[in-house]
Structures are given as structure tokens and as C-alpha cells.
Ligand binder design. Sequence first.
Ligand code: NDP
Ligand SMILES: Nc1nc2c(ncn2[C@@H]2O[C@H](COP(=O)(O)O)[C@@H](O)[C@H]2O)c(=O)[nH]1
Ligand code: K
Length: 479
Amino acid sequence: MRFLQGHDAPHDLTYDDVFVVPQRSDVSSRFDVDLSTVDGSGTTIPIVVANMTAVAGKRMAETVARRGGMVILPQDLPTTAAEESIAFVKSRDLVADTPVVLRPHDSVSDALALLPKRAHRAVVVVDDAGRPVGVVTESGCADVDRFARLGEVLDPKFVGLPADTPAREVFEALVDSHLGVAVLTAPDGRLAGLLTRTGALRTGIYTPAVDAEGRLRVGAAVGINGDVAGKAKALVAAGADLLVIDTAHGHQEKMIAAVEQVASADLGVVLVAGNVVSAEGTADLIGAGANVVKVGVGPGAMCTTRMMTGVGRPQLSAVAECAAAARELGGHVWADGGVRHPRDVALALAAGASNVMIGSWFAGTYESPGDLRVDSSGQPYKESFGMASKRAVAARTSSDGAFDRARKALFEEGISTSRIKLDPDRPGVEDLIDHICSGVRSTATYTGSRNLEELHRNVVLGVQSPAGFAEGRPLPGGW
Ligand SMILES: NC(=O)C1=CN([C@@H]2O[C@H](COP(=O)(O)OP(=O)(O)OC[C@H]3O[C@@H](n4cnc5c(N)ncnc54)[C@H](OP(=O)(O)O)[C@@H]3O)[C@@H](O)[C@H]2O)C=CC1
Ligand SMILES: Nc1nc2c(ncn2[C@@H]2O[C@H](COP(=O)(O)O)[C@@H](O)[C@H]2O)c(=O)[nH]1
Ligand SMILES: [K+]
């Protein structure tokens, strides 16, 4: 990445401050762009989901890994819960989505409670032997009593196909039948999974992020307090493919010691550590044994650090400086926080990040762990909160004594409640992934880049005024 002549800013920059200059390109299709990363994380698209309790659960992990990204399970998850989540992700199919399953004697209200948990928004009703007997959708529940049994409301005319049916055939069968989901079955007739039309389409576009045994990948975070190496070992033993050692101020002695301990345990997984925003911080963490350094202090949507402390750094400059330092040492960086548009992901990659971490944006999806709520205007939303908020600190310190809990609650650097709306056009995390990847693929072709390394090398940036940024915004309502 370089700046247009005369565009070197005298101050640090963030994503909104810059634009990408288009260049002569010989990349003729956006599908010719390879979005896989070279940082050892195994992602085939450069998207990592932040280790935030309101964002990163097992449904998110399964869904994102199937499209080639990776979820980092939060450090506040008890080790046994993390082990269960990892086992769940590892047992998921690489193509079919996990169905929501109920029995004929379950009620309509049971189905309505579970429908928003998955973007496919269907419940499969199975018999005693686990064979599908019908599908229930929201429209099927519209005018019926909530206590009615699913056996009475299910639609028995569903598209049922063997689990090994090629995705294109599944797509065509759904188009022919005008139905949204195909029910996939194992050779013994038992339910094996679900595939939507877009799911079938995505199967041909994305490559799942898988481990050496061909199972979906998932990462896990640890903090810097307590037995860090012990927890790291337990998570890797449970199957975590990557570890993130995460704290607000990553450039501190306790962090460096934690990274050294985990690195010396030689667990055989990529080690990510952060957060920092300087070349010195990056070099110290790589020196301690980190393979990847997580960059970003204060850009996060739930984060109040800059307002509380004045500490932080505009994210584009932070990523560019840390990425340059990491490259000199054979390491990598992840850009963490502040991503609100596909362009932000493209710019972080241009600045040299090997993956981009997204939290709050993905909180507003069916796959995030919280319950779907509807506000007074009928808008669906999910609740999110920061990991340094009073709410998160209270949960993290619940086993401490009252005095210690009160002491820790004094330091609050995050929002405790925020409503993240579901985008009506992109309510599922895969819709957002499609949106981001299409933007990044397009940035690559505009700059003549076939992969992320070329994107980083080729991008020429200019610095723009707030009016320049505003000009780029669409105006769906006119002006
Ligand atoms: N990227 C960002 O901008 C930020 C991210 N976060 C996220 O919040 C979560 C919780 O992180 P964290 O608050 O570090 O909690 P941790 O539980 O990881 O503990 C942090 C440890 O570092 C010590 N510490 C010293 N100085 C600081 C400081 N300025 N800020 C925070 N801790 C400090 C704390 O001691 P003591 O409590 O005694 O001071 C404590 O022992 C993480 O997921 C982190 O990524 C939080 C803030 C900023
Ligand atoms: N200062 C704080 N930073 C936080 C908190 N919770 C999370 N984070 C950071 O934000 C990113 C995600 O950014 P987003 O814009 O995509 O939401 C996350 O990875 C953390 O680094 C917090 O309470 N305070
Ligand atoms: K912020």
C-alpha cells in the first residue's frame, strides 16, 4: 500500500479518511480473486469473529467456518462450555446447515421460539426414528393456536433429497418446487441436514475453513489472569485450532509473560496476541512468541476506551504501522474493531492485515447467541455489550468476593447494553459475509489484485475530506 503523491497525511488516519484509487487491471472476474490468508489461521476468507459474549457462540462458529472464516470463543466462557462448543463445531457438516428439530407432539410455540435461531427459519419435524415427516415455517404458524401440535400444522410436502446430492441439483429442485429449504437425509432415511437455495449457491463459492481431519475450525481466547498456560492447554486439547491471548492493553509485562508461557508450551496452534497499536508493541509480542498480533485500541463499537482515557490510535494507521513491523519479523496482524462497511475490511487488508476481526456488526444476526427481540416500531434487534463493560466485568468476576467485585467494577471501558438491529436485507451472518466478500473481491479487481498479498502491494490510497466520504454514501431517500 502506498499513498498518492502529496497525500501523506500529517496525522493518523482511519478507514473513513481514505479512498482507493482504481488502477489498470488484468483480473477479469471477481471470482478469480483468492481471499485465503497466509497467516496459518486456515481461513479462506479474511474474516474472524471477535471473542465477544454477545457475538461469538457455537451457531456463529459453525456458520462462519462453513464459509471459510473463523470464530474466536470468548475467554469468559467456562472451559467445560468451551469444550462443548468446540465439540459441537467439530461435529458439523461442511455443506448442510444444522436443522432445528422438533417432534410432532411439540407445540407451535416451541417452533416459534426456535425459528429465529437459524437464518433458514424452518423447523424439521421428525418421527421416533429421526426421519423427517414435515417442515414448519413461520407462515405455517401464522393463523394457528400457539398450543396446536406441530403434527397438525407441518407441511408434509417438502423437498427431500439424499445428503450427497450435488448443490446445483439441490438449488434446481428448490427453484422447481418454489420452496426455500431442502431436507437432506442419510441413507437410512434419517434427517442429515438442511440446505437453502442461497446455501446451495454459497457451497460453490466458498471453501470451508477446516482442520487436518477435515472438520470445521474454531479458535478460543484466554485472558492474562490466572493459569493462562493451563487454560490454553485445555482448549487445545479440546480441539481449538488457534488461541488468542487477549487483553485491553496488550503491551504490558503481564501479557508478554503470558505469551511466553503459552508459546513455550508448544501447543502446535497459531498464537494470536493483542491488542496493541504500535510497532514496538507488535515487535514485543512477536518476540515473546506470538505468530499474529491483534491491532486496535478504541475503534470497537462497544468500546469507550478513547473517551475514558484518551488512549488509542486511528485504526488504519495503527494497522499499517503494526503490519509493517510484523512483516519484518515474519509475523502477521489482525485488524480488530471499528468495521462497519465492506470497504473497511478491504482497507484493513490493504494496510497489511491478514484477517479482519468483526464484533458488533455480527451481533445483529440470527446466529449471534442472544434472543431475537423486536422494538416498539417492529424492528428486530439483538442486544450487544462490550467485554470491558460493567455487565461483562460482573459476569467475569462472579466468583470473587463482594469487595473485589466492587473494586473491579470501578474500571469500565465498554457499553453494557446496545441494540444492534438486524439488517432487513442481510439478517444472517452469511448475508453479511456475502456482502463483505463481494466488496473485497471488487476492491481487488479495481486494483489489479488476484489475492490478498497483491491487494496489499497494489493499493494506492488518497486522503479525503469528510465531504469526500459523504459523497460516496448512497442516498436511497434522495436529498
Ligand atoms: N481493543 C480495545 O480497545 C479494548 C478491548 N477490550 C476488551 O475487553 C476484554 C477485557 O479486557 P481487560 O479489561 O483487559 O480484562 P482482563 O480480564 O484481560 O484483565 C486485564 C488485566 O490487566 C491489568 N491492567 C493493567 N492496566 C490495564 C488497563 N489499562 N486496562 C485493562 N486492564 C489493565 C488488569 O489489572 P487491574 O484490573 O488491577 O488494573 C488485569 O489484571 C478483552 O476482550 C479486551 O479485548 C477492553 C478495552 C479496550
Ligand atoms: N474498549 C473496549 N473494547 C472492546 C470492548 N468489547 C470489545 N471490544 C473490542 O472491540 C472489538 C470488536 O469491535 P467491533 O467494532 O467490531 O465491535 C473486539 O474484538 C475488542 O477488541 C469493550 O467493552 N471495551
Ligand atoms: K469506539
